[in-house]
Write a protein that binds this ligand. Structure first.
Ligand SMILES: *[C@@H]1O[C@H](CO)[C@@H](O)[C@H](O)[C@H]1NC(C)=O
Ligand SMILES: *[C@@H]1O[C@H](CO)[C@@H](O)[C@H](O)[C@H]1NC(C)=O
Ligand SMILES: *[C@@H]1O[C@H](CO)[C@@H](O)[C@H](O)[C@H]1NC(C)=O
Ligand SMILES: *[C@@H]1O[C@H](CO)[C@@H](O)[C@H](O)[C@H]1NC(C)=O
Length: 430
């Protein structure tokens, strides 16, 4: 008989229990299962190593007692995929009915059980209550017009992007000038964070209240509120968020179109496995060179096999993008939005795994009892084991960025940080 010792109340325990109960005499063949088979076999065909599904799942019973306290901690990717697949089945999301639902009045527990870390959802009654919904261009020009913001200019396709730091009023002045492959996009991680009077206009989001990022030492904690203001046609890259966190995108004004890629399709995305994100706490960067809104199928033929969901998100709405889903946003019209992130019971293992994978600490440093701890305690223990030099590096990177901003404010001069110098003669506006 099956016996599993794991963290109390975890989604995995529940999934294992239900799998064990269901699998003895029921064969579940559903589109979702077929999708998994398709994904797994494509991965195998693509020659990417993917170890065999554990035997105890093949015959549907767990023979051995899994006592986690006796095993060193390892992240079990197969198990994570199983759990995801189980959830897809459990919540009945057959492939032919793939869509992103709009919900209001959703309870936090239904959110955790049904959507979080599993399926994207659009919440229609969160952002509309934030005072930030009433921000206007005029106020930005009046109060912050001379302050520099970080922006990207693209001329002739997503692959031709340059970074700039320009006064906000210059950016706003040109907000109407854009075409399908030439546009500008303000993407500033610190503008709001550094201005508490604006930050406070971003109200509550009860779905993100469980926030394990708060347990990170400040010097390596990700910034929590990025401002995104784009002309029509501006877009992000097709990417996974840092540490595979769960993404939050709140549209204040405008209209965003999304491409959302269910997990397990990395082999179709041409991602550079060596890329790093360069954050204070290093992480792998999963970025596809493909523009999903303008695909070059000659250069990227595998894209044609990709399963993609689409969604439109309008002013006052919030999209939650589960961990493990690649995504790309396209601003249909001038759009002002915010992005935030979540780390909670449903995705913290993936995030911790990404932190380990990027080389911030050695896996064997984790104590053998690690898996038996409650989720927040696991996060605290892992943080407490980060080597001094990792924290020092985080501290230096953060200090460097803050100093550059200060300089920028003081003398309106050029900025560095991987951006090109603050060129004012952007060819896009000539
Ligand atoms: C799991 O292993 C620990 C440490 O060896 C032991 O104390 C505990 O009794 C075991 N639990 C079960 C359910 O076997
Ligand atoms: C936005 O402004 C309108 C009109 O002044 C006001 O009725 C509304 O309450 C404001 N919304 C928020 C969330 O502050
Ligand atoms: C994070 O996402 C990448 C890209 O899809 C994937 O290869 C990796 O396995 C994910 N990490 C975890 C811990 O799930
Ligand atoms: C600035 O203008 C000069 C002269 O027209 C041009 O050579 C240069 O490429 C421009 N810089 C940018 C970033 O557009």
């Amino acid at each position: 008989m099956t016996k599993v010792v794991a963290r109390p109340g975890s989604a995995r325990t529940r999934a294992l229990r239900l799998l064990a109960e269901n699998h003895s005499n029921t064969e579940l063949v559903t589109p979702c299962r077929l999708l998994l088979v398709f994904i797994v076999s494509s991965i195998m065909i693509a020659g990417i190593s993917f170890s065999v599904v554990p035997e105890d799942f093949q015959d549907g019973s767990l023979e051995e007692v899994i006592n986690l306290t006796q095993q060193p901690y390892t992240f079990n990717h197969e198990m994570a995929m199983k759990e995801r697949e189980y959830n897809l089945e459990y919540y009945q999301r057959p492939q032919h009915n793939w869509k992103v639902e709009r919900r209001s009045g959703l309870s936090v527990s239904e959110f955790f059980d049904t959507y979080d870390a599993k399926w994207p959802v659009i919440l229609t009654d969160v952002v509309s209550k934030w005072p930030a919904i009433n921000w206007t261009k005029e106020v930005f020009i009046q109060k912050y017009g001379k302050e520099r913001v970080v922006m990207k200019a693209v001329v002739g396709g997503l692959q031709h992007a340059t970074g700039h730091a320009l006064p906000l009023e210059v950016f706003i002045d040109h907000l109407n000038e854009a075409s399908f492959d030439t546009w500008t996009y303000l993407e500033d991680e610190l503008f709001l964070v550094m201005r508490p009077e604006l930050r406070k206009d971003i109200g509550q989001n009860e779905y993100a209240e469980e926030n394990f990022f708060n347990l990170f030492p400040e010097m390596v904690r990700p910034w929590d509120c990025m401002m995104l203001w784009g002309t029509a046609h501006s877009r992000s890259t097709l990417h996974m968020d840092p540490y595979n966190w769960t993404g939050i995108s709140a549209v204040l004004q405008g209209h965003k179109k999304w491409k959302l890629i269910p997990p397990g399709q990395d082999h179709l995305l041409y991602v550079d496995p060596e890329a790093r994100c360069g954050f204070p706490l290093e992480c792998r960067k999963y970025n596809s060179p493909i523009d999903a809104f303008d695909v070059d199928t000659k250069k990227y033929p595998r894209f044609k096999r990709l399963q993609v969901l689409e969604a439109d998100v309008y002013s006052g709405e919030m999209l939650i993008i589960p961990t493990g889903w690649y995504h790309q946003a396209f601003n249909v019209e001038q759009t002002l939005a915010l992005s935030q992130q979540m780390m909670n019971r449903n995705n913290y293992l993936a995030i911790l795994e990404e932190i380990i994978k990027a080389g911030n600490l050695k896996r064997k440093k984790l104590p053998t009892y690690f898996s038996t701890l409650l989720p927040p305690d696991q996060v605290k223990v892992l943080m407490s084991l980060l080597p001094k030099k990792v924290l020092q590096h985080g501290h230096d990177v953060t200090k460097d960025i803050l100093e550059q901003i200060k300089k920028t404010k003081d003398n309106q001069n050029k900025v560095k940080s991987g951006l090109e110098d603050g060129q004012e003669n952007m060819s896009i506006w000539v």
